[in-house]
Design a protein around this ligand. Structure first.
Ligand SMILES: NC(=O)c1ccc[n+]([C@@H]2O[C@H](COP(=O)([O-])OP(=O)(O)OC[C@H]3O[C@@H](n4cnc5c(N)ncnc54)[C@H](OP(=O)(O)O)[C@@H]3O)[C@@H](O)[C@H]2O)c1
Length: 331
């Protein structure tokens, strides 16, 4: 089968190689002693971790060379007895590694039927970002209907997913983005208010939220963190999701005491990997959000497998919107 491997930790320009590999067996990387669902990959997701892996900067560091890519949209070739999907089904599946290939293998509890509303590219956008958004907002952030959430990096993958999951949960959404073009992406993803970041963004957030927000979802980090804390109303929660801005902020905890607010860490992968039932439960909840029309992953970049480096550069150069995918079997 055709696949792309990371062969060096030298960055997206030189770290990747298109190769011919034997088909994988039927065991997923995550559960090597169990039979998984073998998927013919139509689209594979491209995400920040793969960019970091080309530089050796991600926590998951398989020995070189390896096939990166954590999620796919495709068609089931084989499934274990008792799985909720069967041969021929369209699915979205999370395989952790090995997605940038014509065939991938995922645990049955991380494989979900893909309904007709979504194409394969949207299937490849459904698990990492939407399960993360659900985990960060509803489980760690305890977001409730009627509350207001501020989403940083709102035109990105996690950002657009968070806007849609928040709307499905009955919350109001404020999107913070860096350009007018990204503002349009956030609006299309369901933002109630969109703010292009400038010196006065904190005051704008306070104004449109009527005094402060209940939850901040922050995949960006960096120097806007303290201002984010200042946008929280009483009992507000700032959910720490990532650091695309490059630096890891520090908290002066007296601010939390004075304003009765919280900073909450949210690491989806580490939390859910060993919890099959939780993944089934979240998959069903996201499936309902798809059926109810709230979840429609925006796909902002489509590349053939051999142009995986271009796909990574989109993320690296802050040009990506929604989800970037590799179309492994186009059509
Ligand atoms: N905690 C978890 O469980 C979990 C799960 C999945 C992903 N993540 C993390 O969440 C973060 C976002 O992932 P994503 O897939 O949403 O990425 P993405 O699609 O590239 O979006 C990230 C956003 O960050 C903003 N940004 C600010 N400074 C940036 C910079 N220097 N370079 C690139 N982007 C910058 C950009 O928005 P503006 O241009 O509008 O500012 C961009 O849209 C990553 O760090 C990822 O590792 C965490």
């Amino acid at each position: 089968m055709r696949a792309v491997q990371i062969v060096a930790e030298t960055g997206p320009d030189t770290a990747l190689e298109l190769v011919e590999l034997p088909e994988p067996g039927s065991s997923p990387v995550m559960t090597p002693n169990e039979e998984g669902v073998v998927v013919e990959v139509h689209a594979a997701g491209v995400s920040f971790p793969e960019l970091l892996q080309t530089r050796g900067q991600y926590q998951l560091k398989p020995p070189l060379p390896f096939v990166p890519g954590s999620e796919v949209g495709g068609v089931v070739r084989s499934a274990p007895v008792g799985a909720s999907v069967k041969e021929g089904d369209r699915v979205a599946a999370f395989c952790a590694l090995g997605a940038w290939a014509e065939t991938a293998v995922a645990p049955e509890y991380f494989t979900f039927a893909l309904t007709d509303e979504l194409d394969f590219a949207q299937g490849a956008a459904l698990i990492l970002n939407y399960h993360t958004a659900y985990f960060c907002l509803l489980m760690r952030g305890r977001l409730k209907a009627g509350e207001t959430v501020l989403v940083h990096g709102a035109a990105g993958g996690v950002g657009t997913a968070s806007l849609q999951v928040a709307k499905a949960a009955g919350a109001s959404t404020i999107a913070l983005v860096s350009t007018e073009e990204k503002a349009r992406v956030a609006e299309q993803a369901g933002a109630d208010h969109t703010i292009v970041i400038s010196d006065g963004w904190r005051d704008e957030v306070k104004e449109v939220s009527g005094g402060g927000v209940d939850v901040v979802l922050d995949p960006v980090g960096g120097d806007r963190f303290t201002d984010s804390l200042r946008t929280l109303r009483e009992n507000g929660r700032l959910v720490v999701v990532g650091f695309t801005g490059g630096s890891i902020p520090e908290v002066r905890v007296n601010r939390l005491l004075l304003n009765n607010t919280e900073v909450v860490g949210a690491g989806w992968g580490a939390y859910v990997m060993s919890k099959p039932d939780l993944n089934r439960e979240v998959g069903a909840a996201i499936g309902k959000m798809v059926a109810d029309g709230f979840v429609r992953p925006p796909v902002g970049g489509r590349f053939p497998l051999e142009q995986a480096a271009d796909a990574l550069r989109m993320l690296d150069e802050r040009r990506a919107t929604g989800k970037v995918v590799l179309e492994v079997r186009p059509g």
